[in-house]
Design a protein around this ligand. Structure first.
Ligand code: NAD
Length: 485
């Protein structure tokens, strides 16, 4: 299938006019599924001018009306779930079972959630007798959203929903690897009644992202991507001291105590590592297992991992789809090769996987690496593929210290029947998200974001509405006052 991959400016699709041309490929087959040129500098300016005009109209609309339009957009998105999920599968290589159940639905969840909260954004009031003050929650203005390739539509929804509910406009730039569905979201917003220009889409790689981050008329930039890109975006935004929200990478610990059921713990470790073939920022890629059940849990993990179905992303039975590209497969395999050289034990996987009929696909066998030590490269660095590192521990204090020995601090989890201990671990592990006896659960009400190098700010929850509004305090004098001048 070949897709038209356009920009979306002021309510219309337009072809990119920039210098660089990109070819979009289905990573599971290597087949070309579309071509596009990045946004030119003039188109970037045009998108900002259009968003600046539209934001004023949108912010002046009653918040309940903005909420109604967003609710309608969520309904339209759900109605197109299957079609958009299939596009997401061609664009990313992820299994259709996941895309149908997760990607579009959780995007619509976000839009619905912030649609419902739009009318509840309120300020504070306090009377001092001689006067009173109140606060206004005002939108920030034109915001930029820059997305990663692992959940293209979901990220576009998670960024735009709270921004738009609060009365901002957003210019969204999807990853150059997964450019298709952001424009469908833009069309859905228009169909739902949103004024043209409130949500624009620019295509391309570094150039439009960096231009938006630096532009004086863009008041805030929210990035989902890697830590190195986070640093560049923050640097580009810093001369204007603009607000930056960064959702970056992770190397999250999952801690399995001796009282865990080995089968449940093994299945949870796999869920924490192999969902979306490991291409999830919050994945629990450092699995710490208590020495007394280490062998039992590892055996179960290996047995079950060997039976995972790696296959065509279009097959509903597939559990492990294709990585995003052959380049990324090379990166993942490089980490595994160096893990072997460092003395770790690759107990299953550790190689490219063959999928009949998909000879050019970027499939990688789900991989478990045992006998790891904390200093090994694959234990310290984010791999972003189906690679689980397994480590042994003896005591609670020891495992907390080791879990925290990471530059990242995105997420973590614990498996234990001792709930006092579970809460103690949750309190002491330095991550922005923590799961007890589960993993990956992420309803919209929960603020999500990272400690340390995993980011700045939060997505979802009330926190993100705070981040997309600025508070103005208004003081009113009610009694005559003695002025010193
Ligand atoms: P990336 O950092 O390479 O790219 C992210 C986005 O930034 C892309 O749209 C890219 O085109 C753009 N970009 C690149 N250089 C830029 C620049 N100088 N200025 C502005 N924009 C620029 O990341 P990726 O490879 O697309 O995604 C994988 C990374 O994303 C992983 O590290 C993963 O952990 C992270 N991620 C984090 C979360 C989260 O919520 N914390 C969610 C998904 C992915």
């Amino acid at each position: 299938m070949s897709y038209a991959i356009d920009l979306f400016i002021d309510g219309k699709r337009v072809a990119g006019e920039g210098e660089t041309e990109f070819v979009c490929r289905n990573p599971a087959t290597g087949a070309e599924i579309g071509k596009f040129r990045e946004a030119s500098p003039a188109q970037i300016e045009e998108s900002i001018a259009s968003a600046t005009r539209a934001q004023k109209v949108w912010a002046a609309m009653p918040a309940e009306e903005r909420g109604r339009i967003l609710r309608k957009a969520a309904q339209l998105l759900r109605a197109r779930n299957d079609e958009l999920a299939r596009i997401e599968v061609e664009d990313t290589g992820k299994p259709i079972g996941e895309a149908l159940a997760v990607d579009i639905q959780t995007g619509a969840d976000a839009i619905e959630h912030y649609a419902n909260l739009a009318g509840s954004l309120a300020g504070e009031y306090q009377d001092f007798g001689y006067g009173f003050y109140y606060t206004r929650r005002e939108p920030i203005g034109v915001c930029a959203g820059i997305g990663a390739w692992n959940y293209p539509l979901q990220i576009a929804c998670w960024k735009s929903a709270p921004a738009l509910a609060a009365g901002n406009a957003m210019i969204f730039k999807p990853s150059e690897l997964t450019p298709i569905n952001a424009v469908h979201l833009a069309e859905i917003y228009i169909e739902a009644g949103m004024p043209p220009g409130v949500f624009n889409v620019l295509q391309g790689e570094r150039n439009p992202g960096a231009a938006l981050a630096a532009h004086p008329a863009v008041e805030k930039v929210s990035l989902t991507g890697s830590a190195p890109t986070g640093r560049k975006v923050m640097e580009a935004a810093s001369p204007r001291l603009k607000e930056v929200s960064l959702e970056l990478g992770g190397k999250s610990p999952l801690i399995i105590f001796e009282d865990a059921d080995p089968e449940h713990a093994a299945r949870l470790a796999m869920y924490a590592n192999f969902l979306t073939q490991g291409e999830i920022c919050a994945n629990g890629t450092r699995v710490f297992i208590h020495s007394s059940i280490y062998d039992a849990v590892l055996d179960e993990i290996v047995k079950r991992t060997k039976s995972l179905k790696v296959g065509s992303p279009a097959d509903p039975e597939t559990q492990i789809g294709s990585l995003i590209s052959m380049d990324h497969l090379g990166v993942v395999n490089g980490f595994v090769d160096r893990a072997r050289e460092a003395g770790a034990n690759v107990v299953c996987g550790g190689h490219r996987a063959e999928v009949p009929g998909h000879e050019h696909g970027a499939f990688y066998a789900p991989t478990v690496i045992a006998d790891c030590t904390d200093d090994m490269e694959h234990v310290r660095e984010e791999i972003f593929g189906p690679v689980m590192s397994v480590l042994k521990f003896e005591t609670e204090d020891e495992v907390i210290t080791r879990a925290n020995q990471s530059d990242y601090g995105l997420a973590g989890g614990v498996v234990t029947k001792d709930l006092t201990r579970a809460h103690r671990i949750a309190a002491n592990v330095q991550t922005g998200m923590f799961w007890i006896n589960t993993y990956q659960a992420q309803p919209m009400q929960i603020p999500f974001g990272g400690y340390k190098q995993s980011g700045i700010g939060r997505e979802n929850g009330w926190d993100v509405l705070d981040a997309y509004t600025q508070k103005k305090s208004v003081f009113v004098q009610m009694k005559p006052e003695e002025l010193p001048f």
